[in-house]
Design a protein around this ligand. Sequence first.
Ligand SMILES: [Cu+2]
Length: 144
Amino acid sequence: MNKIIITIVIIIIVIFGGYFIFRGADQPTPSAPPIINQPEAAVPVVEEKIITYTDSGFSPATLTIKKGETVVFKNQSAQSMWPASAFHPTHTAYPTTGGCLGSTLDACKGVQLGESWSFQFDFVGNWKYHDHLNPSNFGTIVVE
Ligand SMILES: [Cu+2]
């Protein structure tokens, strides 16, 4: 008789114990709010449009950009480079004035190895340019 009572008590303990264990597992654990690790003001990332000048010329030869974007001409050649608007030697194809010889699309000096020169294109069109120091090297900026 005692064994039966003890067995029933053990079964009840196991059932209730299991009930409480599973009930506890079902309850969602409170979680901390996600930590947002971002600066308060998002800084717009401006993609650099780069043209590399090597001994074999400007690369890419034709670069397509959007109006208002800036192109960086990087000199990685053995000589100085002087990016300037077509056409050599007047440099008047790009529709601005006030440059050294014609339009403002003109570096106005030889850009040394490792240096760069940047120009912002504000007019839609196909703008040809060349190296004023070596006019056989040229390229085109397509502004859309
Ligand atoms: Cu020129």
